[in-house]
Design a protein around this ligand. Structure first.
Ligand code: DO4
Ligand code: MG
Length: 289
């Protein structure tokens, strides 16, 4: 049995939404051939990995990757985000704002993590779609983050990649402006697939890489290992699910450990490429919103 499976949503050339499974040979099984019409039902199964494995035995491969258009793997899950989970993020935030430095310092070490609402599912940007920078901000960055996918019971059932687009000048001016710095049109991208069957221990060995392309060249590049995240994923999820319900499950971005230097800001047409070696690549181009 395969111990990890990559599942995703995609559009066929007839513009029909389907659920796919990527085989080791990079072929795609269309799981609607086995009666699966949404990802959420798979993620809510008692043992998603076993269920996907069983389904994959029933059907032949139908597509190759270049015949389909990937969609965000978020269906009805709210997207939330944890913050200041890496030392790098704490340091950058304390530098961007004298006003809020103490709050960032304290939340890094406090038992309760920073967790904030990030996006309604229908507003999530998929692979290849544009992400936004605000017209009223002048210091904008991508935040490449591992995202954990959680079922309605609060169990982590998969991993994907998130981009927590942020306006640093707005958040730096006053912590109370955080929702405006973080939640706006096209500020959250998630994809390209959900990896089911990985443990937290394995996920922590993965490396996340950010590359930003401008005019054909790389203008920024950074990398970190996911093991630098200070808190366990289980701990973050347990806080998210306290006195809260998610009938369709949730996606939780786990914070950024890659922060470009203070003189860097995104521009329209920049291309953001985020790779996690155990998952894949999430790529989006920047537009003004
Ligand atoms: O409090 C600011 C946001 C922190 C954040 O989004 C991160 O560390 O990734
Ligand atoms: Mg973030």
């Amino acid at each position: 049995m395969n111990d990890k499976m990559k599942i995703f949503r995609f559009l066929t050339s007839q513009r029909e939404t389907r659920i796919g499974l990527l085989t080791e040979e990079k072929h795609i099984l269309d799981l609607s051939d086995a009666g699966v019409n949404n990802l959420t039902s798979l993620l809510e199964a008692e043992n998603p990995l076993e269920q996907i494995e069983a389904l994959s035995q029933q059907i032949p491969a139908r597509f190759s990757l270049n015949e389909i258009q990937l969609l965000s793997p978020v269906e009805r899950q709210e997207v939330w985000a944890a913050g200041v989970t890496y030392l790098r993020s704490k340091k950058a935030r304390m530098e961007e704002s004298n006003f809020s430095a103490n709050a960032y310092d304290r939340v890094y070490s406090a038992p309760r993590p920073e967790i904030f609402f990030k996006s309604l599912p229908e507003k999530v940007v998929g692979p290849g779609e544009p992400v936004g920078i605000r017209t009223d901000a002048h210091w904008n960055v991508p935040e490449p983050e591992l995202a954990v996918v959680i079922n309605s019971q609060g169990t982590i059932v998969g991993y994907t990649i998130g981009n927590d687009m942020s306006s640093r000048d707005i958040e730096g001016e006053n912590l109370l402006y955080l929702p405006q710095a973080k939640i706006y049109h096209r500020s959250c991208a998630v994809g390209p697939c959900i990896v089911v069957g990985s443990t937290e221990t394995l996920a922590r060995t993965w490396v996340i890489t950010l590359q930003i392309y401008r005019g054909g060249g790389i203008i920024f590049e950074g990398q970190t290992t996911l093991n630098r995240i200070k808190r366990s994923f289980e701990d973050l999820v347990s806080y998210l699910y306290r006195s809260q319900t998610f009938p369709h499950g949730a996606v939780l971005l786990t914070g950024t450990g890659i922060v470009p230097g203070d003189n860097f800001t995104l521009q329209p047409n920049d291309r953001i490429r985020i790779e996690v070696n155990g998952i894949g690549v999430l790529e989006n181009t920047v537009i003004m919103v």
